[in-house]
Design a protein around this ligand. Structure first.
Ligand code: BG6
Length: 485
C-alpha cells in the first residue's frame, strides 16, 4: 500500500508536540502544496471543544511556531479549513463510534498519528479497531514512549500487532526525520571515499554526543520515570549508531535499510552486571549557571530527591568483523554547556610519520557530522603551514567544511516531522523503526539498567552548565581518548 491517505487522524492534537511540531509541519507541507489536495485532518484530544474553538487553538499555535515569513492569512485560512475536531477520551471505548462517524469512510486511506501515554495504547488500539478504524487502508504512526523496557514495549507491540500488520505500523523516531541524519546515508553510500576506511582497520573510535542545555522543562511525570538512557539512548542515539555502523544496504528501501540496522543493534556487545560500572557513567545535574544566570538542580525542579539520571555516557562495542575493537562512545545529557548533536569519527593515524624527524606532530583525521544546532560535515586534514621551514616543518589540522546552509542555500531546512508526517501519509516506512529494531534497542538498554541496579550505581552530581560528571571524562581518557566538545 503506497497511495497517499486522504484522511489524517491526529491524537493528542491539543498537546505540546502537536502545537510545536505537528501542526506547524502539516502547515508547512500544505503551503508547499505537498499534502494530498483533499486531505482532511481530524484532530482529537480529551478536551471538550467544538471545531471552531479547535481551529482557534491551532491558529494560535501556528502563529506562534511558524516563522512569520512563511505565514499569511490566506495560507492559514486554507489550512484551518482542513481541520475537524472530535473530543475523545481514549480510555472509554464507547467514545470511538462518534469519532468513526466524523472520520467516515477509510476507503481512500486513513493515516493515524498516535502520541499517547503507554498506558492508553491498548485501549486506543482496541477502540479504533472496534469502531472500524483499523481496516486495510489504515496505517498507524506511533510516537514514543513505546514502553519503558523490553517487556512493556512487547506488550505495546503485541497490542498493535493484533490489529495492524507490521507493514502498516510506523514507529516514529524523530531523529530519522532530521536532514543530516539522512545525509549520513548519502555520505556513506553515495561517495566511494569513505567506505574502504569505514571499519576497524581505518577508524580508531566513534563518539556520538547529543547534548542539551534544557532541563526538565516541566515534563515531571514522564522524564523522572525515564531518565537519559531511556529518553535518548534507547531510541535516537542507537539509531544514529546503527546508521553509522551498518553494512551497505543493497537497495534504498525500508526492508534493506532496516535489515542492516537491526543486524548492528543485535551485534552490540551486552553491557551487563560485570561491565556496567566500567563501561558507563551516570549523572544528575545540580544547581549551576547557564547563559549567565543561575539554574536550579534537577531535584529542585522536580520538587523531591530522585535517583534518575539526566546524563549518561557509555562505551559500547559492536561485535562483528567490521567493528572489532572500535569503541563507540555515547554521551547525552541535560543542562550541558551547549546544544550540540554530532557524530565524531576519528580515523587511525598514519602508520609512519616522515615528518617526525622534522619536528611536526600529526593528528589523526577526523570526520565530524554535526546534526544541530547547525548542520555541517567537517573533515579535519593535516596541512602544511606556509613558510620556509627553517625551524622544522609545521603541520596543522585544517577543516574541509560543508556547511549545509551554504551548500544548499535555496532549500528550506524542514522540521523532522514534516518529512515523517508526509512519509506516513504516503506510506513510506524507510524512516520508521521496525519492531525488531525497537526490541533489540530495549534489550541492550535493559541489560545496562540491570547492571546499574545490581551494582547500586547512583547518578553522580554534576554542576548544571558543565559536561557531566568527571567520571565521564575518565571513561574515555582511560583509552587515551578525549571527548570532542
Ligand atoms: C525527545 C526527548 O525524544 O528528544 C527529549 O524526549 C529531548 O527529552 C528531545 O529534548 C531532543 O530532540 P531534538 O530534536 O531537540 O534534539
Amino acid at each position: 500500500m503506497s497511495t497517499a491517505s486522504e484522511k489524517l487522524l491526529l491524537f493528542g492534537a491539543t498537546g505540546d508536540l502537536s502545537q510545536r511540531m505537528l501542526l506547524p509541519s502539516l502547515f508547512g507541507l500544505d503551503v508547499d502544496g505537498l499534502l494530498p489536495p483533499a486531505l482532511a485532518i481530524i484532530a482529537t484530544a480529551r478536551s471538550e471543544m467544538n471545531e471552531a474553538r479547535f481551529r482557534e487553538v491551532a491558529a494560535t499555535a501556528l502563529k506562534r511556531y511558524v516563522p512569520a515569513e512563511r505565514m499569511s492569512d490566506e495560507a492559514l485560512a486554507g489550512f484551518l479549513n482542513r481541520l475537524n475536531y472530535v473530543a475523545v477520551d481514549a480510555s472509554d471505548p464507547t467514545q470511538f463510534s462518534a469519532l468513526a462517524d466524523v472520520v467516515g469512510s477509510t476507503e481512500k486511506g486513513l493515516s493515524i498519528f498516535l502520541s499517547t501515554a503507554p498506558s492508553l495504547f491498548g485501549a486506543t488500539i482496541d477502540g479504533l479497531n472496534g469502531a472500524g478504524l483499523a481496516g486495510c487502508n489504515v496505517r498507524i504512526g506511533l510516537e514514543k514512549p513505546l514502553g519503558y523496557d523490553l517487556v512493556s514495549s512487547r506488550t505495546i507491540n503485541d497490542a498493535v500487532a493484533k490489529v495492524f500488520p507490521e507493514e502498516r505500523i510506523f514507529r516514529i523516531d524523530h531523529y530519522l526525520g532530521k536532514e543530516t541524519v539522512q545525509n549520513l546515508l548519502a555520505l556513506r553510500f553515495a561517495n566511494s571515499l569513505f567506505e574502504p576506511l569505514w571499519k576497524a582497520g581505518g577508524i580508531d573510535h566513534v563518539q556520538i554526543t547529543v547534548s542539551e542545555t534544557v532541563g526538565l522543562e516541566g515534563r515531571v511525570g514522564f522524564y523522572d520515570g525515564a531518565g537519559a538512557i531511556r529518553d535518548m539512548v534507547q531510541n535516537h542515539m542507537l539509531q544514529l549508531l546503527a546508521l553509522v555502523a551498518m553494512e551497505p544496504p543493497a537497495q534504498f528501501n525500508s526492508t534493506a535499510i532496516r535489515d542492516e540496522k537491526v543486524k548492528v543493534l543485535r551485534s552490540l556487545r551486552k553491557i551487563d552486571r560485570a561491565t556496567a560500572a566500567s563501561h558507563s557513567v551516570i549523572g544528575q545535574y545540580g544547581p549551576g549557571a547557564m547563559a549567565g544566570g543561575p539554574v536550579p538542580g534537577y531535584s529542585d525542579e522536580l520538587g523531591k530527591p530522585s535517583g534518575t539520571e539526566t546524563f549518561v555516557a557509555i562505551k559500547a562495542h559492536i561485535d562483528n568483523w567490521r567493528w572489532q575493537g572500535v569503541p563507540f562512545y555515547l554521551r547525552t545529557g541535560k543542562r550541558l554547556p551547549s546544544r550540540q548533536s554530532e557524530i565524531f569519527i576519528q580515523f587511525k593515524g598514519v602508520p609512519h610519520s616522515i615528518f617526525e624527524s622534522r619536528g611536526a606532530v600529526l593528528q589523526p583525521n577526523k570526520l565530524i557530522i554535526r546534526l544541530q544546532p547547525d548542520e555541517n560535515v567537517r573533515l579535519l586534514l593535516m596541512s602544511k603551514e606556509p613558510g620556509l621551514d627553517r625551524d622544522g616543518i609545521r603541520l596543522r589540522e585544517v577543516p574541509l567544511d560543508i556547511a549545509m546552509d551554504n551548500a544548499f542555500a535555496d532549500s528550506r531546512r524542514r522540521i523532522a516531522y514534516e518529512r515523517l508526517l508526509l512519509d506516513l501519509i504516503e506510506g513510506d516506512q524507510t524512516l520508521f523503526v521496525r519492531r525488531d529494531e525497537v526490541e533489540a534497542q530495549w534489550e541492550w538498554v535493559d541489560a545496562i539498567r540491570d547492571g546499574w541496579a545490581a551494582n547500586a550505581m547512583k547518578p553522580r552530581a554534576y554542576t548544571a552548565g558543565t559536561w557531566g560528571p568527571s567520571a565521564a571524562i575518565g571513561l574515555t581518557e582511560r583509552d587515551g581518548v578525549t571527548w570532542h566538545d
